[in-house]
Ligand binder design. Structure first.
Ligand SMILES: NC(=O)c1ccc[n+]([C@@H]2O[C@H](COP(=O)([O-])OP(=O)(O)OC[C@H]3O[C@@H](n4cnc5c(N)ncnc54)[C@H](O)[C@@H]3O)[C@@H](O)[C@H]2O)c1
Length: 431
């Protein structure tokens, strides 16, 4: 049975991640060592360029530098100089491997183009989600392998573009791994394999959750334009983050889809709103969603996510099958209940590192992993759920994708940009 975390109600995502990675990192499943170096650039060296050097970007650099031998950080880019400099200070511990010369540290709106144009063969995308389709396009068209953080879009127009890029990257033989790290987590892999092999019979119902307390805000500084304030507080603006269902709960929706053989649900409806985080510093996003996704075989997936300070945490997935059930709770439990009862007792392997180990091994083996379509499908699932809650309508995923819409601002530049109204279901508001 899934248990709620009553002991640490205000725990942040950062604390959660710290807890779940603060255990011994085991050796990689596929170490990436010893593969012959046969890929486009004709060298075994992985030359990493990173776009978005904040918390996750810096963490991903740590991970990639520890994930295999022959890996070097070559170029970095960020919109803001202070964020880039903090990241560089943080990475000094890696010595030569992370010693990026000043002329390969790029700042500003075109930093991504300059990183991609550097002598890199492995791009890490870790900006806020809004920029993912644009930056994926630039990286893939330039023939780079990519590690992309999730989610990969914030609207249906972005998803359409990422679908095209998934095809393009495959046709170019590029490797693309996504930051849906449960797919590279030994405990999840073993548990989901058992489900696939019939340990709980046919899956007849799913429940997926990301419930937690609040997250950080950055107080507005007098010199900041509207755009800078929104960018530095990107979590709270739908055009930047997709809202927390897209930005965060996509992990659990991805596990649900994985258990369903990577199918997309056909429709979704549900509720959501903003009760606890109503102050202007929280932009215009919701602080809770509750949704019902339906698959083509009539199976339903309950999805619930909440970011409300002071409430108990629950980040988990629960599957009900005809012969048993399965509970997964990242960093805590992975178990099958029923006649084939089983609990994970293996060694912890850091999935944030493993995803790079797997990506690099696939490049070096000449068998590129490509997860772009998979993560785009899970992102679409989350975006459609958000729209169902924002509008109060039943959203058919097929119809939703038939007329793709963009929520990106017309111009990406520092200056005034209004905060959209908080969506009110029934007002006919869509993206
Ligand atoms: N896989 C996971 O478990 C996990 C965990 C945390 C975050 N993430 C994802 O990683 C991404 C980044 O999150 P974070 O927590 O590191 O946020 P962050 O705010 O710490 O970092 C984002 C960085 O991107 C920079 N940036 C913003 N716009 C940019 C642009 N247009 N071009 C270049 N740089 C730009 C910011 O200045 C900042 O340094 C998000 O998509 C988030 O969902 C994934």
């Amino acid at each position: 049975m899934i248990t709620h975390d009553q002991t640490n109600p205000g725990s942040s995502r950062r604390d959660f991640i710290k807890t779940s990675t603060a255990v011994v990192v085991g050796s990689g499943l596929a170490s990436g060592l010893g593969f012959p170096g046969a890929y486009a650039a004709g060298t075994d060296e992985i030359r990493v360029g990173v776009i978005g050097c904040g918390g996750r970007g810096t963490g991903a650099i740590d991970n990639v530098l520890s994930s295999a031998t022959g890996v070097r950080l070559v170029a970095v880019g960020d919109l803001f100089k202070d964020r880039l400099q903090d990241s560089m200070k943080n990475l000094a511990k890696h010595g030569e491997k992370a010693a990026v010369p000043a002329d390969r540290q790029f700042v500003g709106w075109d930093a991504y183009q300059k990183v991609i144009a550097s002598d890199v063969n492995y791009i890490i995308l870790a900006t806020p989600p809004a920029f993912r389709p644009m930056y994926l396009k630039a990286a893939i068209e330039a023939g780079k392998n990519v590690f992309t953080e999730k989610p990969v879009a914030v609207d249906s127009a972005g998803i359409k573009q990422v679908y095209e890029l998934a095809d393009l990257s495959k046709s170019k033989g590029l490797a693309v791994v996504a930051g849906t790290q449960r797919r590279h987590h030994a405990a999840y892999l073993e548990t989901l394999k058992r489900v696939k092999d019939g340990a709980i019979g046919d899956v007849v119902a799913l429940r997926v959750f990301w419930n937690q307390g609040g997250l950080w805000t950055k107080p507005r500084q007098p010199e900041w334009t509207d755009m800078e304030w929104q960018l530095r507080n990107w979590l709270y603006f739908t055009w930047l983050s997709g809202d927390h269902i897209v930005e965060q709960h996509v992990h659990n929706l991805d596990v649900g889809r994985w258990a369903m053989g990577d199918k997309l649900p056909v429709r979704v409806f549900g509720v959501g709103g903003r009760q606890a985080r109503t102050a202007p510093e929280y932009g215009h996003i919701f602080d809770h969603f509750g949704l019902d996704y339906e698959f083509d075989n009539g199976v339903h997936m309950l999805s619930m996510c909440r970011q409300q300070p002071g409430t108990p945490g629950l980040v988990a997935e629960a599957l009900q099958g005809t012969k048993g059930s399965c509970d997964t709770q990242d960093g805590r439990r992975y178990e099958i209940n029923g006649p084939s009862a089983w609990k994970w007792s293996g060694e912890y392997t850091n999935p944030y590192q493993q995803e790079h180990t797997d990506l690099i091994a696939s490049i070096r083996a000449g068998k590129p992993l490509n997860e772009l379509r998979q993560v785009a499908d899970s992102t679409l699932c989350a975006i459609a759920g958000r729209e169902a809650a924002y509008t109060g309508k039943v959203i058919s995923l097929e119809q939703f994708m038939a007329a793709p819409e963009s929520i990106m601002p017309g111009k990406l530049e520092f200056g005034p940009i209004a905060v959209p109204a908080v969506p009110v279901p029934g007002n006919g508001q869509t993206m």
